[in-house]
Design a protein around this ligand. Structure first.
Ligand SMILES: [Ca+2]
Length: 166
């Protein structure tokens, strides 16, 4: 694909913050295009029971034009993935970390959160035994990125935790 076309497509995806509007506007084909557009330059495949990973170069600036993909898998399919961020800072509005449920990286139907800037929820939990994270940075201005802890948990543990938190 022509580089300009590739870039334009990414921007379109960025502006359609709601995955459902992307689907509505372009149909199911847009999902396939989005997925095929992610040319991975960093990231890894991870497994439970738990661990820590960071954006490239952390705690120094991440690279511009980065496309990092992490997929976390609990081998026990009855478990789900829980993540919590120790540090988080991305160039607000231009660099994003998209987090989704399952292993279909980039599928807008599975998006749980699109994070940018320095605000993060304290916990993000998948619905299945897999979670994907996609860091996408633009051509200029970086920040420290993020450090995140992950673990696989039994689904009932999360319900208890949620109940305790009210
Ligand atoms: Ca940037």
């Amino acid at each position: 694909m022509h580089p300009k076309m590739w870039w334009w497509s990414l921007r379109v995806v960025y502006f359609f913050q709601q995955p459902s509007s992307l689907l509505a506007a372009f149909g199911a084909g847009a999902v396939d295009v989005y997925t095929s557009l992610i040319v991975k330059t960093c990231g890894s495949n991870l497994q439970g029971p738990g661990g820590t990973f960071t954006s490239p170069n952390f705690p120094f600036q991440y690279d511009s034009n980065a496309q990092c993909v992490w997929v976390i898998t609990a081998i026990n399919t009855n478990k789900v993935i829980q993540i919590n961020f120790e540090e988080f800072d991305l160039e607000i509005g231009y660099d994003t970390l998209t987090i989704g449920d399952g292993g279909e990286v980039g599928d807008p139907k599975t998006v749980l959160q699109v994070l940018t800037g320095s605000f993060v929820p304290d916990l993000i939990v998948s619905m299945s035994n897999q979670m994907w994270l996609h860091l996408q940075t633009d051509e200029s201005v970086g920040s420290i990125g993020f450090k995140v802890n992950y673990k696989d948990i039994k689904t009932q543990d999360f319900h208890i935790l949620a109940a305790e938190r009210g």
